[in-house]
Each structure stands twice: as structure tokens, then as C-alpha cells.
Design a protein. Sequence first.
Length: 263
Amino acid sequence: MVRSGGRGWYAKVAAAALGVTAVAGLTSFWNAQLGSAEGRPAQGVAAPPAASQGKTTPVSADIAHASDAGDRGVNITIDDGPDPVWTPEVLRVLRDNGVKATFCMVGGQAKAHPDLVKAVVAAGHRLCDHTVAHDVTMDRKPTSYQSRQILDAERMITEASGGVRPQYYRAPGGAFTPYSRRLAASHGMRPLGWNIDSKDFERPGTNAIVATVKDEIANGPTLLFHDAGGDRSQTVAALREVLPWLKEQGYSFGFPERQARAE
């Protein structure tokens, strides 16, 4: 798996958890827009499903790639948000195409934008823990550091969502360790990999992102996109092309499996 860059931006994300009020007005604006677009009130999101609350059930510690939609299923995963500009745009494209996705959220971003976390949940998408600081050197850090990054982000995301826990854990840049996988799994979060990196983080152009997905779709079902870390207009435009194309090719959309398949 290729590790993405942008570490300077992620340092700012970690600091965002300490100063969330500056973005409250913009978050409320986008939340109001989403509430209208989704046909739901922006406030008062319904209580999370019972399975997402209370005591967690351990899941497989193997890195997930397969889709619960079967052999012709694909998993759309969206990393690094939520972002007050781009997450609403991604949500609209997903809604327009009837697609559910998995949002891998950075803890500080979730804390800064709880309305957007709730909007993601209300639209039927799933949450994934993407740590607090998006440190792509996680696999070279002490286990105490790994624990704080994973468990603090889990708490931030759960609180921001109104009680819905992340169902997956994606290590920044794929920097998993045996310890981090076991820890996440013990908290009910299946380690989540990817098969196709759309390279959207590098902003190579909409056509290049679309071409990457089309060229590599045979590599496996889990696709990686981003909704934060800079201008994601190319990602939004690419998703508008990719999602209908995947349907035309006979693919359906699902979520990453949370338990390993029996051999």
C-alpha cells in the first residue's frame, strides 16, 4: 500500500482538536445544507443503531479488503475528513448515486466538525478510526503512542457522532503493526486496507484519477479516496464519473467485511 503525504496539513489537524470554535459557524452552514439535501432535519439526528452502541464485540484483526456485497462488490472509502467544504460535496455525489461509503476520520477533524460526522451517519455511511494525527510513521512508534492515537480518535469520533462507534481502523499510510491491529480489533474496529489507491491526494487531474480506478479495478474491491487535506474538487468530479461507471460494469457497492471469511 502506498503511503500518502501531506504531513504538514496533518500536524494542523492534530492542533484543530484544541480550537474547534473557529469553524463552528461554517460547520453549521454546511450541516444545514446537508439536512436539506438529504431530506432530513440538520439537527436531532436519530439515535444510532443498537449494534453501534454499548459494549463492543471483538472482530477479526486481519486487514480487511473484501466486500460484504460479494465477489462483484466494491467498497468506497473516504479518508482524512470530515472537512466543511469537501465532505458535503462527497456526500451529495454518494447520495445522487445511491452509494454508501466508509469514512475514515481523523480524530481532530471529527471533534472540530461533529455536525458533519452526524450527517455522515444519518446518510447511512460507516465510520472508521484514522487516528488523531495521521502519523504515517505509526509502525515505528511505541505501543503506548499507538494506543493513544487509536483510542483517543475512537473516543473523539464516537462523541462527535452522538454515540456511533467506528467499525474499522485504517492506519495512516497503511502503517499497521500487529499490536495496532489487535488493539483496534479488540475494540470492534476491523483493520481496513485498500486495493486501489486512486492517487487523488496528489491531485493529478480528474481524468487521471478516473483512469487509475478503471485500470486497477481488477486489483480488488476497496477503493481509496480523500475528502480533506486540500482542494478535493478533482476527487468530487472523479467520483461523479467513477460511480456510474462501476454500476455499468456490473459492480454493486458494499462495506468492508468485519469478520474474516472462513477458509
